[in-house]
Design a protein around this ligand. Structure first.
Ligand code: SF4
Length: 210
């Protein structure tokens, strides 16, 4: 982009850049050429503050000639991701086991093991009393933790509030009611939980240990 002073932003300029790159290919010793380019990019024509006076290509470089080497390559500004909010529920039984659920087969984190949670990608944030509709088993006795868990998905940023509660009931009925499964605390690390669930669970367990 600098050598040919391509001012069109990336990624749209990729096609032009590829064409210029093809033009510059030597007739032989491609490996040495590629290595030399990488060395130049790592030591002289660095992403920030290129060291043009030391550059063996400075004579033919159009960016240098125009004085725009610091401004190139241009990257298109990324659109800000929408922000979503959700609530996640960590229910423990009297033996310290944690209620987990397999996620639905469709949608975000499909089919993965998880914790009961309100819809993750809902553009309309739920109020806490509405979120309780998604709470497993208990409607009362939940404690909403202050710490907010942040997670970035490909298309949105998630702010997750974690609620914790415990129940005296250990029977299978509790779990089957919400298609859940009680997992012993020492078996939790072995579960293939998505990162966002791990972060939320860590927040809950740290709070319980305090
Ligand atoms: S002269 Fe400067 S901008 Fe041009 S290739 Fe060399 S280091 Fe990069």
């Amino acid at each position: 982009a600098r050598f040919f002073a391509v001012e069109e932003p990336l990624p749209q300029s990729k096609k032009i850049l590829k064409a210029f790159a093809a033009e510059c290919l030597p007739a032989a010793r491609f490996g040495d050429y590629a290595q030399a380019l990488m060395d130049l990019g790592a030591t002289v024509c660095t992403p920030r503050s290129p060291r043009c006076p030391l550059c063996p290509w400075s004579k033919g470089c159009l960016a240098r000639e125009k004085g725009v080497e610091e401004a190139l390559p241009v990257r298109q500004k990324m659109a800000k991701k929408p922000r979503r909010k959700a609530f996640l529920f960590v229910l423990s039984d009297k033996n310290g086991r944690i209620l987990m659920q397999k996620r639905p087969d469709k949608g975000l984190l499909a089919g993965m093991m998880g914790l009961p949670v309100t819809p993750l990608n809902d553009s309309k944030p739920l109020a806490w009393d509405e979120a309780l509709r998604y709470a497993p088993v208990l409607r009362k006795g939940w404690r909403l933790l202050d710490k907010v868990v942040h997670h970035t998905f490909t298309h949105f940023e998630l702010e997750l509030r974690v609620a914790v509660a415990s129940t005296d009931r250990t029977d299978r009925k509790v779990a089957s009611k919400v298609e859940g499964i009680w997992i012993a605390r020492h078996d939790v690390p072995a579960q293939a939980l998505p990162t966002v669930m791990r972060k939320a669970l860590k927040t809950a367990l740290e709070w319980q240990e305090d």
